[in-house]
Each structure stands twice: as C-alpha cells, then as structure tokens.
Design a protein around this ligand. Structure first.
Ligand code: ADP
Ligand code: MG
Length: 237
C-alpha cells in the first residue's frame, strides 16, 4: 500500500475515534447541564439529581481513563516479565467478580518461565479487559479456562481465555475493536480497541473466535524472550 493510502486510513481512524468520543461524552454532559439548570431553577440542591450527576461524571471519567491508555507510549517501561505471574495476579484481582457469579477461573500452564518483554501494567490491563468480558458474557455459572503455553516453533507465548458465555454473532465479530462498539448497557466499547493497541505495541497478535451460545476464545500471542537474553536483560531491572 502506498504512503498516502496509509495516512488517509490513519486519519479516518482518528476521525472515527474523535466523533465517537464527542458523542459518548456529549450525552452525559447534556444530562449534567440539564440537572444543574433544574437546580438553579428550583434554587436548591437535590440529592436525587446529585446522585445521577455523580453517575454521569463517573461515566465520563471511565471513558477518559480508557482513552488515556491509548496515548501512553511515552510512559511505557519495557522489562522482562513472567506471563504466569501476571495472569495469576490478575486472576486473583478479578476473582471476587467471578465468585459473585459462581464462575471459576481455571488456570492451566504448560509454559516454563514464559518471559516476555513488556510493560507489565499495560499487559495486566489487557488481561483484566479480557477476563472482565468473559465474566460479563456468562449468564449462568460455569468456568473460564485460562491456558498459558509456549509455541517453540514460532517462539511465542500463547495466552488463551475461553469462556462459556453468550458468544458473538458473525456480523458483530467483524466490528470488535471498533471504538465504542458495545452490546452492553453501560459498556464503553473501548476495552478491545485499547487491548489490541497495547498487544500490537508489544509485537503481539490478538485473535478472537466465537460460537453463539457456546462461548468465546480470546488468543493472545507475544514474542517469547530467549533465555540467554532473559539472563542478560534481567540484570538491568
Ligand atoms: P465493553 O466491554 O465495554 O462492551 P469491549 O471493547 O470490551 O467493550 O467489548 C466490545 C463488545 O464485544 C462487547 O460489548 C461484547 O458485545 C463483545 N465481547 C467482547 N468480549 C466478549 C466475550 N468474551 N463474549 C461475548 N462477547 C464479547
Ligand atoms: Mg469490556
């Protein structure tokens, strides 16, 4: 593809994102303005309105903080980190949410020392996004299988998260990662876009496969660090 085409594609993504942000933030802003006007008219604060206003502000806050994840390359701190440790930490963090819905998170690892060169906070954010989506997709009790393996031939660490959730219909599968595409009430539709961006910044690859009423598998591959390199790089931490 020529440079011009690439640039115009980039522009259209920025344009699409800007339009989405403006739209998503305008709604809660309009609501906030309305409630303020009502309180000005009645000349007194209303606890009911204030509670709704707080919710609207929290929505703006959530959207803005997810978008900030996109603009953080300057603060990225790359170092060798064990994928196993990260997924264990994240699973513990999210287990309360799973337990509440009677969902078990089963970790399987056949990867010895699966080190990748990454910013651990960003990779953990990606893992949280996928696990949250898996939990949210499940309407009844069940389990989420988390597998960690290494692929010797491609020299990659492979993380697979498989849920027993609602699945994703074919026409929606194509739209995943589109900014603000969500099927959830209160969803931001930013998690997958942000996650994919982070994965690509780390030289990784994201694949999502799904069967309606059966479940969804999210597969993430990262370049595995060679052991010699690991020893060497680990000194600098
Ligand atoms: P959000 O979670 O705020 O909706 P995401 O970008 O994380 O935003 O996900 C976008 C959409 O992709 C979701 O609304 C949902 O329709 C679909 N999706 C993502 N992960 C799953 C999953 N594990 N099972 C079913 N649907 C999913
Ligand atoms: Mg999500």
């Amino acid at each position: 593809k020529d440079e011009f085409l690439r640039n115009s594609e980039k522009l259209s993504v920025v344009g699409q994102l800007a339009a989405g942000v403006a739209h998503e933030i305008r709604n809660p802003l309009t609501a906030l303005k309305g409630f303020i006007q009502l309180m000005i008219n009645s000349e007194e604060p209303s606890p009911k309105y204030l509670a709704i206003m707080k919710e609207e502000l929290e929505r703006i806050e959530l959207i803005v903080s997810e978008l900030l994840m996109l603009s953080k390359p300057q603060t990225i701190h790359l170092r060798p980190v064990d994928m196993q440790e990260m997924i264990e930490e994240v699973s513990a963090l999210i287990s309360a949410q799973a337990v509440m819905k009677n969902i078990a998170i089963d970790l399987h690892s056949q990867a010895a020392c699966p080190l990748i060169y990454c910013d651990p906070n960003q990779i953990k954010q990606v893992m949280i996004n996928f696990l949250k989506n898996a939990i949210e997709a499940m309407t009844s009790e069940g389990s989420i299988e988390v597998g960690l393996t290494t692929d010797k031939y491609t020299e990659q660490v492979v993380l697979r998260i498989t849920d027993q959730g609602c699945g994703i219909p074919e026409d929606q599968l194509k739209r995943l990662g589109e900014p603000f595409f969500t099927t959830k009430e209160g969803g931001t539709g930013l998690g997958l876009m942000v996650s994919r961006r982070i994965i690509e910044q780390h030289g990784g690859k994201l694949t999502i496969t799904s069967t309606v009423h059966v479940g969804t598998t999210v597969e993430v591959r990262f370049p595995l660090m060679k052991e010699g390199l690991v020893e060497h790089a680990a000194v600098g931490i």
